[in-house]
Design a protein around this ligand. Structure first.
Ligand SMILES: Cc1ncc(C[n+]2csc(CCOP(=O)(O)OP(=O)(O)O)c2C)c(N)n1
Ligand SMILES: [Mg+2]
Length: 789
């Protein structure tokens, strides 16, 4: 073990190397790598530089293998440089930074190969991810699955302007409710955002807010050089000047350099005495070094601050930094996307003792012994256990999920029944399910599951209504064994919790099968977090209900029109909209398997768009073929013949309208088909994949499910599609084999009414379907129409 001064010296040397390598990586991508487009690749040299010291302190000294980090997106080059020094990142990938298959612009769990714990990019989300990851760790521990693994700290490196993101505040409140522990947020307080310099005094707001939520707050403002200068005669005045200096002025002086600091200090606090002497004892270079020695750039101060934490309460470190520290544009308000010129880089290279052609060498230009640096790196506690990405065995899923059938049901009800059945049993599957809902547990039919499996909290808390013997349908007991996490209303939190629960196999080595319930329209409130969760390959199931205009009297603000398209467009999420409960049970069973599949392009999360509309349920055998067709996305509910004139293809809760229309049309048209679509998303992606495979492997007759279903239809057969959602969801069906399509659905929202009123109003009742079919087919008019009630 190196002695303290020797350790600090090695750490500081490595931090300088990290700053160099990160800046060089960006420089290389912009000035050296041949760039056919002539556009700069970019790369945020300034934003990255802010964190070189702090991240070096963490990775090279403070972190333990069980700790997990979300790195501010623009510090990606610093992260990659650190991993390069550790030997986890290749020179080839760094040379190809921001290029195709190169090191990623923002750290990515799925695209980068150098041990990224949590992806970042959309600011704010990675920060909240650490908070929820810590709650998930508590969940795993409370369920007895931690074995002898030590608890990790979940750490976010946060930009000060990033703190504007509302989802961080939503997460803070939720964290407080759940007794958050083991979470560190390190705010890179460089007082600059993308556009400019931030408001004065932000740190005070952060401090009081975090303390208010029970966090420890550590402000690391002055480096060791500064603290030593404050102890000199005249030092007090210097400290007061620094404290009073507005952010923009400090930043501007850091940019202008030592001479400018000298002039300002002399004009403002020069006294011809101790203060003047303190200033004059230093050259311009030394003065700039002193004034740039804010806490976040001082290895000793950062290590001290981190190492002083001896409790598991959450901690916010506010580390003062200078954006672009050490680079020619440090402190300049326009430096966010700033890049050093070739000349500036050349000058900086020389100053660092780096020989031309040796820029990528790990210890080039450092005066310390390479062997000492190498030994220090390989002894870093962070690396002690080797690979930090864990795995967990696959949980077995029964052949078929059962439920207590009734002749009339809604899919939302069916969802509750399937879970209730699971809750009654003692399967491994049931023990690994964790549900969560943003204050809509009861109204999304999770009640029966929660009654049996209980709510999760680290400490027992009995349902007072129950202990007071007041009748209530729902048992609201909290315990460490509980399997439902009740959240406040913020949907962003729901999806970030899914992101954390859905990575438990990789982070904690223990698989969880998370299920979120919410109202379908509010997917939009959490959409970026949902996208984020999918982007980092978290695995979960979303049951969104009620949906569409079918929630009729509930009204406009709760109607969802665009969600079927979102479900289709979201990478990593398989979207389903079953009409009947037997379909739903099949999809859920498949979903639990899909959530566990691993390998390139394999598996993903699942979105169930459900409804509160009660439908008559089909009485049928669930054959393996039907089962497969349901999860592939569609099956014939009425198979068309050779001369089929019209097909009605429906999705979800509008099944009765489609069935009624097909009956009425059948009176006038002999050959009609009814296609039940359980997943427009699966059908569409199957179709695009098949086309791609045919292109890539010319001649291979790979046909997708929808191509096979539509193949027997004559060319002049018309297809009417209908969905309680945007008509474009199914409108593409005509392109599969060139059939004409009338796509029915919803394009405006806001009306309340009965389902009949609204289906009529939006042109998706049986009569509208018949009209559309008629317009697509030749022959006499369809004689029968649905009678008005
Ligand atoms: C949700 C989202 N909105 C906008 C951006 C674009 N953006 C990237 S960094 C940034 C400002 C960052 O400022 P700060 O957090 O203080 O980081 P610094 O670069 O100063 O370290 C913005 C607006 C983004 N990445 N994500
Ligand atoms: Mg900033």
């Amino acid at each position: 073990m190196a002695t303290e001064p020797a350790r600090l010296e090695l750490l500081s040397a490595l931090a300088r190397k990290v700053l160099w390598l990160s800046s060089w990586t960006i420089h290389h991508a912009n000035h050296i790598r041949p760039n056919v487009d002539g556009l700069k690749v970019g790369g945020h040299q300034a934003s990255s530089a802010s964190l070189a010291t702090i991240m070096s302190a963490l990775y090279f000294s403070v972190l333990r293998p069980q700790d997990r980090v979300a790195v501010k997106p623009h510090a990606s080059p610093v992260f990659h440089a650190i991993q390069y020094l550790f030997g986890h990142q290749t020179r080839e990938k760094l040379e190809n930074f921001r290029g195709f298959k190169g090191a990623q612009s923002y750290p990515s769990r799925t695209k980068d190969t150098d041990d990224v714990d949590f992806s970042t990019g959309s600011v704010g989300l990675g920060v909240a991810q650490t908070l929820f990851a810590s709650l998930v760790q508590d969940y795993v521990k409370a369920h007895g699955w931690m074995k002898d693994r030590p608890e990790g700290r979940m750490i976010a490196l946060v930009g000060d302007a990033e703190m504007d993101e509302g989802n961080i505040f939503e997460a803070l409140l939720e964290g407080w409710k759940h007794g958050l522990r083991n979470t560190w947020w390190v705010v890179d307080y460089n007082r600059q955002s993308l556009d400019a310099v931030v408001r004065e005094g932000l740190w005070e707001k952060f401090e009081s807010m975090f303390r208010n939520f029970g966090w420890d707050v550590v402000i690391v403002k002055y480096g060791r050089l500064m603290r030593a200068a404050f102890a000199e005669p005249g030092g007090e005045a210097l400290k007061s000047w620094i404290d009073a200096c507005p952010n923009a002025m400090y930043a501007a002086l850091c940019f202008q350099g030592g001479a400018a600091f000298r002039k300002h200090l002399t004009d403002e606090i020069g006294d011809q005495g101790a203060v003047s002497q303190l200033i004059d004892r230093r050259s311009d270079g030394e003065l700039l070094e002193l004034m740039s020695n804010l806490g976040g750039h001082d290895m000793a101060s950062m290590c001290e601050a981190f190492e002083a934490i001896d409790h598991d309460r959450p901690v916010c470190f506010i580390a003062y930094t200078i954006k672009g520290v050490g680079l020619p544009f440090q402190g300049h308000k326009d430096n966010h996307a700033g890049l050093m010129t070739v000349t500036q880089m050349e000058k900086w290279r020389t100053a660092q003792n780096i020989r031309p052609g040796h820029e990528w060498e790990r210890f080039e230009g450092l005066s310390q012994q390479p062997a000492a640096l190498e030994a220090f790196l390989s002894d870093a506690p962070f690396n002690r256990d080797g690979r930090r990405r864990l795995t967990a065995p696959v949980i077995e899923i029964p052949e078929r999920l059962s439920f207590k059938p009734s002749p009339q049901m809604s899919t939302q009800q069916g969802f509750g029944l399937v879970l209730n059945e699971l809750a009654r049993g003692d399967s491994e599957l049931a023990s690994r399910i964790v549900t969560a809902s943003p204050d809509v547990t009861v109204s999304t039919n999770l009640g029966a599951w929660v009654n049996r499996r209980g709510l999760f909290a680290r400490a027992e808390k009995a349902d007072l209504f129950r202990s007071e013997k007041i009748p209530s349908t729902f048992n609201w007991d909290f315990s460490p064994r509980g399997q439902h996490i009740e959240l406040g209303i913020a949907e962003m939190n729901l999806f970030i919790l899914m992101s954390a629960l859905g990575l438990s196999h990789a982070i904690n080595g223990e698989r969880l099968l998370p299920i979120a319930t919410l109202y379908d329209p509010f997917i939009q409130r959490g959409l970026d977090a949902l996208n984020y969760a999918c982007y980092q390959d978290a695995r979960f199931m979303v049951a969104a209900t009620p949906s569409g205009i079918t929630l009729a009297p509930e009204g406009g603000a709760h109607q969802s029109i665009a969600t079927p398209l979102m479900g289709m467009a979201q990478d990593g999420l398989g979207a389903f909209e079953p009409a009947f409960v037997d379909e739903l049970a099949v999809i859920m069973g498949w979903g639990f398997q899909h959530m566990q599949r691993e390998g390139a392009g394999e598996g993903g999360s699942v979105y169930l768009r459900l409804s509160t509309r009660t439908l008559e349920q089909p009485q049928r055998m669930m054959t393996p073929d039907l089962q497969k067709a349901i999860t592939d996305g569609a099956y014939w509910l009425r198979k068309p013949g050779e001369n089929c004139e019209a097909v009605i293809a429906y999705t979800g809760a509008v099944a009765p309208e489609a069935i009624e229309a097909i009956g009425l049309i059948g009176e006038s048209r002999r050959d009609v088909g009814l296609l039940a679509i359980t997943s427009a998303d699966r059908l569409h992606s199957g179709w695009t994949t098949a086309r791609k495979m045919r292109r890539d492997h010319r001649g291979l007759p790979h046909l997708s499910h929808i191509e096979r279903l539509l193949a027997p239809l004559p060319r002049d057969c018309g297809i009417v599609t209908v969905i309680d959602g945007h008509p474009a969801t199914l409108g593409w069906l005509g392109s599969v084999r060139g059939h004409r399509v009338e796509a029915l659905g919803v394009e405006q929202f806001g009306q309340t009414g009965t389902i009949d009123d609204l289906y009529r109003h939006h042109g998706m009742d049986a009569n509208a379907i018949i009209d559309a079919a008629e317009s697509l087919t030749a022959g006499a008019p369809v004689r029968h129409r649905k009678m008005a009630v």
